[in-house]
Design a protein around this ligand. Structure first.
Ligand SMILES: Nc1ncnc2c1ncn2[C@@H]1O[C@H](COP(=O)(O)OP(=O)(O)OP(=O)(O)O)[C@@H](O)[C@H]1O
Ligand SMILES: [Mg+2]
Length: 455
């Protein structure tokens, strides 16, 4: 009799969300992306044939405790996003655009760890050993305890790791890895998922930390199904404008630390250099007394960072006006434009609007609304927001300015960098824990804020 369970069948899998369909579809019904379904041969999952094992649950108090000895890499900006260091046996996924510097960061991290705690393993499926040596020399990361393997087969990597027992193994990249008993091509959804699953199992069983490098698709999503993000403990995203030298590592998910934390680096020929005072760098090339430019005190994780937001409002030459936001959420921009039109009587209709957060950073905090409103109004009216002023507060649909968290932290940073005026929500200014050294102006509505800052 034909054993149907062993029969291969063709399925179409969305390479973003992992949705499966028996026939090809132009658009994924689950995540809505076009042309994301790929044909793959699927075999029944091994799990379905596994015999039932006897597993006895045990009391949580009886579970052997593992030291939460994080190994700090010594690269401060990286340790910050990891929540203090790498937890033994954890799996970290580092995603980023092509050529952004993922391999560079990994090599610098491995070099720092090799110096501190001995053997580490770097598995590359993309580059030759010679290429990696050249890079390591340029980064001054050559170290005898960094072991290198150019390999694509996950089974071999797992066996090699068990044999060698390094403290950490880095896989560059997960899209080039494949499991031998899986017929689909490397980089396909099922290969990525299966390879990652085996490496996660290796990390948990043998308490080896695993770092996976992941490519990002043109839509800016980590290639491979979303499930990859669920499988790992920490997801780091490596961002930055390739035309500029700043690079930002952001925590997207962290089972062992806070998210929204960012680490800032500068890419130089000798590698990624930590930037300890990002505010100073982000504000370095700020135009003074230019309409449309406002400084915002944002808080990323546990650190305040001042950034400059620039707005350009100009009459449109096309039929439909454009609303473009770089480094900020475009839906939020549309909302703030509507509030500005309705509550401050500003006629933005027929104007193209461009918003940019300088320095290639991305900020998604609602506390920055008021700064964006001021930048838009400043560009529209050609009135300047004084260069020594910072603006912060969330804006509601009725044009009210709402309180924001961490106001003391934001104030400290503004004071440290020599700003003289801080426009903040009235409710927050009443609750400051100390007497400010600079002028603090509490506002309740956007009209009040605009009257205060536009001169
Ligand atoms: N000699 C150099 N001087 C300055 N910067 C350099 C030099 N060589 C490489 N870089 C920088 O390193 C970047 C490439 O780094 P890296 O190879 O680590 O990126 P990656 O994210 O691993 O790329 P890929 O996606 O191709 O694997 C380049 O974009 C460039 O900015
Ligand atoms: Mg690389």
């Amino acid at each position: 009799m034909l054993d149907v369970t062993k029969k291969e069948k063709t399925v179409f899998i969305c390479n973003v969300c992992g949705y499966q369909s028996l026939k090809w579809l132009g658009r994924c019904p689950d995540c809505g992306l076009w042309e994301s379904l790929q044909e793959e041969r699927s075999r029944p999952a091994a799990g379905s044939r596994r015999s039932v094992r006897e597993v006895q649950p045990c009391s949580l108090t009886e579970v052997e405790e593992q030291d939460d000895d994080r190994s700090a890499t010594g690269i401060g900006e990286l340790d910050r996003v990891l929540g203090g260091g790498i937890v033994p046996g954890s799996v970290i996924l580092l995603g980023g655009d092509p050529g952004i510097g993922k391999s560079t960061l990994i090599l610098q991290m491995l070099s720092a760890l090799a110096k501190k705690q001995g053997k580490v393993l770097y598995v590359s499926g993309e580059e030759s050993a010679r290429q990696i040596r050249i890079r390591a020399r340029r980064l001054s990361a050559l170290h005898q305890d960094i072991f290198l393997a150019t390999e694509n087969a996950v089974e071999t990597i797992v066996a090699m790791t068990r044999d060698m027992r390094p403290g950490i193994v880095a896989i560059d990249s997960i899209q080039t890895m494949s499991c031998e008993d899986f017929s689909s091509a490397p980089g396909s959804v099922s290969q990525v998922r299966e390879s990652a699953a085996r490496l996660v199992e290796l990390a948990k069983r043998d308490a080896v930390s695993v770092v996976l490098v992941g490519h990002v698709t043109k839509e800016g999503i980590l290639a491979g199904p979303r499930v990859l993000e669920h499988m790992v403990d920490t997801v780091l995203s490596f961002e930055g404008d390739r035309s500029q030298s700043f690079r930002i590592v952001r925590t997207v998910k962290n089972r062992f630390g806070s998210t929204n934390e960012i680490g800032v680096f500068e890419m130089k020929s000798e590698g990624l250099i930590e930037v300890e005072n990002p505010s100073e760098i982000f504000l370095a090339e700020r135009p003074f007394d230019a309409a449309g430019s406002v400084v915002l005190p944002s808080v990323e994780g546990t650190r305040p960072i001042l950034v400059e937001v620039q707005a350009l409002v100009s009459p449109t030459s096309l039929g439909t006006a454009r609303r473009t936001a770089i480094g900020a959420d475009s839906h939020r921009l549309a909302l703030l434009c509507a509030v500005l039109e309705k509550k401050a009587g500003m006629d933005l209709y027929g104007h193209d609007i461009f918003l940019n957060i300088a320095g290639g950073v991305r900020i998604d905090e609602p506390a920055l609304d008021l700064g964006v409103i001021c930048a838009l109004a400043s560009s529209m009216t050609e009135k300047v927001v004084a260069a020594d002023t910072v603006v912060c507060g969330e804006v509601g649909l009725a044009g009210e300015v709402r309180g924001s968290v961490h106001m003391d932290m934001r104030l400290n940073e503004a004071e440290r960098l020599g700003f003289r005026r801080f426009v903040m929500p009235g409710s927050s200014s009443d609750r400051l824990s100390r007497k400010p050294k600079i002028e603090v102006i509490g506002v309740a509505t956007i009209q009040e804020a605009l009257k205060t800052v536009l001169v």
